[in-house]
Ligand binder design. Structure first.
Ligand SMILES: *Cc1c(COP(=O)(O)O)cnc(C)c1O
Length: 382
């Protein structure tokens, strides 16, 4: 039996620790992004288990609310979506291994062609299967990850015109620094992309779907919206960085909650948890919460993070264990079974993904994608 079968409602939760995803927030965020980008299409990026929010439920919801395209990182994610009955177009953004190409075609997934070599492999696999492969060409304008360098891109564009079994539906690039305060590197990438695209105008060829804007590009560089935008983190209601403009109002869709599992008084000088890294100089009330690094609550949060109980923020003390954390209430009050907010807001107090990221020395993206499958996901809203 899997978690989904075990959990039919919040009352049936087998573990007090769970994630709540508000689908209404996701729909609202998609609508806000759509309104901001005007006529551009929206590709909702669902890689890494929809940034921890749950791939399949989020995908169904995005399709229901009119997402034009779905984006994932890997073939396997695209296949999972097709097997779940999703028929919307899906672009696999990552690189491809040659032997995977027949599976892309079998599941009608749009391929990323990042080089002439891969494009020709796609063309010949499609020819063998008697299919037309839908492809987006990938141009590297300054990320140095995948994609043909902008200064060699014309060769890929020209080659694509000769491929009989490839339909070049789109062409895209990716920003390396669009979330920074200094936007000149991002502007340079956009310029490089535009000059690659001028090939189509120069030869009076139909322009494929052009896209480059991730969440940060959407927020900070309206001129980068082009024909389609690719929001990931913004869709989930989180801004890419502290420096980034917040031009689109969004609401975090995910809350991570638990309950107080144990209450005790710890005497002065008695150390708490592995390694005895924390002790109090006076007697304090300490509660134990059943969540740990085995769920994706980073061990780096030891002696750094806070949680919310009864509308008050309290510090995590001692090392984060695999399955449990200890929290110092000092003279505060909490009882066994009380709700605990690890991530989210309650009674006007909040702990954001950005807070947890700062405490753990990482970025909100990693906080969200790190919440693993041991934590059941519950859905509310429409
Ligand atoms: C992950 C990803 C995105 C979405 O990025 P966000 O910063 O989460 O908006 C867009 N495009 C590509 C190619 C990606 O890999």
């Amino acid at each position: 039996m899997n978690w989904d079968e075990m959990i039919s409602s919040e009352e049936d939760v087998v573990r007090p620790t769970h994630v709540e995803v508000d689908l209404g927030c996701l729909a609202g965020n998609l609508a806000a992004i759509r309104a901001y980008v005007g006529g551009a299409k929206v590709m909702t990026v669902l890689k890494a288990n929809a940034y921890g929010h749950g791939l399949i439920p989020v995908a169904h919801h995005m399709v229901k609310h009119g997402a034009d395209y779905l984006g994932v990182a890997f073939l396997e994610e695209g296949v999972l979506l097709r097997k779940a009955g999703i028929s919307a177009p899906i672009l696999v953004l990552g690189g491809i291994a040659g032997e995977q190409i027949p599976l892309f075609l079998k599941y009608d997934l749009t391929l990323t062609a990042p080089s002439v070599e891969k494009l020709l492999l796609i063309d010949s696999a499609a020819a063998t299967l008697g299919k037309l492969a839908r492809v987006h060409l990938k141009v590297d304008t300054g990320m140095e990850r995948i994609g043909i360098h902008y200064y060699h891109a014309e060769a890929l564009l020209k080659e694509s015109l000769k491929c009989k079994h490839v339909q070049v539906e789109g062409i895209f690039s990716h920003f390396a620094n669009a979330d920074a305060a200094d936007l000149s590197p991002a502007r340079l990438q956009l310029e490089r992309f535009q000059s690659v695209l001028s090939f189509y105008e120069k030869h009076s060829l139909p322009m494929p779907l052009r896209h480059i804007a991730n969440s940060a590009g959407i927020l900070q560089l309206p001129e980068s919206h082009l024909d389609m935008v690719r929001p990931g983190i913004l869709l989930y209601g989180v801004y890419p960085s502290r420096e980034c403009l917040t031009s689109v109002p969004v609401t975090p869709a995910l809350k991570w909650k638990s309950r107080v599992a144990y209450f005790k008084v710890v005497q002065a000088g008695d150390p708490v948890s592995y390694g005895s890294t924390w002790q109090s100089d006076h007697a304090v009330r300490v509660v134990t919460i059943p969540v740990g690094y085995g769920d994706g609550y980073f061990r780096a949060l030891s002696n750094r993070s806070q949680i919310i109980v009864r509308g008050v923020r309290y510090p995590v003390v001692g090392r984060v264990c695999m399955d449990q954390i200890m929290v110092n209430l000092d003279q505060g009050t909490a009882y066994n079974g009380d709700e605990v907010i690890l991530l989210g807001a309650s009674e006007g107090v909040s702990i954001s993904a950005a807070d947890l990221a700062d405490w753990a020395g990482t970025i909100p993206y990693e906080v969200l994608t790190n919440i693993n499958t041991r934590v059941p996901r519950l859905y509310c809203g429409e």
